[in-house]
Write a protein that binds this ligand. Structure first.
Ligand code: PEP
Ligand code: MN
Length: 300
């Protein structure tokens, strides 16, 4: 008798609701390439910049500061999801133009939020990475639309989403054909009010266990306090995150949005120096990038 006939059938592995996002269907870590940097590889990636793009010279000044300190990607919101309709809503396309100008000056790729499906083409025509904010993490029509793009998407965890729901949101983008998704843990709503949100560092471990997608941490929105940003950033590196998103403003006291959680350029530079020293202890690195055009510093 053929011995293979007597073998028990292989057990059927039940896939989770987030099939393509699951490590079961894709055991290796996904690495998202973006120009000269890769998210999810050995380099610990830092995205930094102001909460909102403001009038000149804020954007170019801050862009240059984060570039010199060693950030890999420049952030800045042109479409802002504000709790109050009377708060600053962002500069819209004018803000996108300023971001594109900052990219030209610094060479940094730009990440910016898209809030509405009707703005996807406009935002995609400027941005290198499109961000989905926490409040839109379960806007399924927006996620489906982003699934049709061939551009990286930074998907933030919803304020009240479990890790499973978060991974299902990513699945909407992957299911549409776009596998370039980077996840972002930015704190969740809990009964605790001493910080703006509660940073769920354990979620990094769960996400790494369950998914192959890269995941970064946003300690600025998680804590709401500038002086908590450095310790939480180091904790994110230690726990195995692939990078950070940090709010930096050239003059936080004058920021139109989230100044209280924004680092000033000096604080950011100091944080980058200590992260660069710490990274090798956790199997990562932060390369030193020489600013390409020193004379641009005079443009601030
Ligand atoms: C942001 O990054 O600008 C932002 C609004 O963050 P979140 O969606 O996490 O609140
Ligand atoms: Mn903000």
């Amino acid at each position: 008798m053929d011995p293979s006939c007597s073998k028990a059938p292989a057990p059927v592995v039940k896939l989770p609701a987030y099939k393509l996002t699951s490590r079961l269907t894709h055991p290796q870590n996904s690495v998202i390439s973006l120009g000269s940097c890769s998210i999810g590889g050995p380099e610990f990636i830092v995205m930094a910049g102001p909460c909102s793009v403001e009038a000149d010279p804020q954007m170019l000044g801050t862009a240059w500061d984060v570039k010199v300190a060693g950030a890999h990607i420049l952030r800045g919101g042109a479409f802002k999801p504000r709790s109050s309709p009377y708060s600053f809503q962002g500069l819209a396309e004018e803000g996108l133009k300023k971001l594109a100008q900052a990219r030209e000056l610094t060479g940094l790729a730009i990440v910016t939020e898209v809030m509405d499906s009707t703005d996807v083409d406009l935002v995609a025509s400027y941005a290198d990475v499109l961000q989905v904010g926490a409040r839109n993490a379960q806007n399924f029509s927006l996620l489906k639309r982003l699934g049709q793009l061939n551009k990286p998407i930074l998907l933030k965890r919803g304020l009240m989403n479990t890790v499973e729901e978060f991974l299902c949101s990513a699945e909407y983008i992957l299911a549409g054909g776009n596998s370039q998704v980077v996840l972002c843990e930015r704190g969740i709503r809990t009964f605790e009010t001493s910080t703006r949100n509660t940073l769920d560092l354990s979620s990094i471990l769960t996400i790494k266990e369950k998914s192959h997608l890269p995941v970064i941490v946003d300690p600025s929105h998680a804590s709401g306090k500038a002086h908590y940003v450095a310790p939480l950033s180091k904790a994110a590196l230690a726990v195995g995150a692939d990078g950070l998103m940090i709010e930096v403003h050239c003059d936080p006291a004058k920021a139109l949005c989230d100044g209280e959680e924004s680092l000033n350029p000096e604080e950011f530079k100091e944080l980058m120096l200590s992260l660069r020293d710490l990274a090798p202890h956790f199997g990562r690195r932060i390369s030193t990038i020489e600013p390409a055009a020193p004379m641009l510093a005079e443009n601030q």
